[in-house]
Design a protein around this ligand. Sequence first.
Ligand SMILES: [Zn+2]
Length: 280
Amino acid sequence: MPEPEVARPGDRDRTERISRRTLLRAGATVPLLLSAAACARDPAGEYATTAIEVRGSAGAPTPSPTPTTFPVQQKAIYTLAEYAARTPGAQPFAAKAIALTLDDGPHAVWTPKMLRLLKQLDIHATFFMIGVQAKGHPDLIKAIHDGGHALGNHTYNHLETLPHLSVPNIRQQIVATQDAVFKACGAYPRVFFRAPGGNWGPPVFAEVAAAGMMPIHWQTDTNDWTRPGTSSIERRVAGAPVGSIVLCHDGGGDRSETIAALTQAVPALKARGYQFVTLA
Ligand SMILES: [Zn+2]
């Protein structure tokens, strides 16, 4: 089941736009060590206490793409139809489109295996990557990008407490990840952001919009990170409705069940006419 959103009714709608340069200036402070509780419901908690190292703005090799102006969302996006309807400039998807999303990488062991599988299956996915992992595995980020997959931002330290951090810290989590991915492959996650554990909230929506991104949740949760068995993951993927955003993982632990399940489920969906798309 999708994890609940953190609702804070009454928070005002923030429409301020912050340029990427401003974001970089705001983030150009001394390295910041965020302490946080380990993730209770997500495999990526191991990354939660790693220091963020953000370069200063001076001399930054940043092309500073002008962020696309997206409205501040009040709710995350669960389906391709919601994405197309709420994202200015988004192209309509095929009638039987489905999107596979892969979280918590890149992982030294499992991301290469996942990339080989996706190539073999002849599909593309959207990778929601953790900044500290991106910094540690720039070669894998490049391989993901060169493979034609879409790049997504899953924060720097994967803190499930994200909505409760200060605004500068939320911003730091987003910007530091953008920078780590850009340093690795020369491209930014341009649009796609996913909160760790699917924990959203008004300050997260505001900062995601300020960074020129959209909040992407999921409709089909495979629970693959709990290692429920290959057949369970396979059933959930194969049972995903048309237009679904499907959540799997390439990072955070042993993903052999995920790999085995996708090996079976993707051809089954393709045989039923599904087209795998990236969020674009
Ligand atoms: Zn995650």
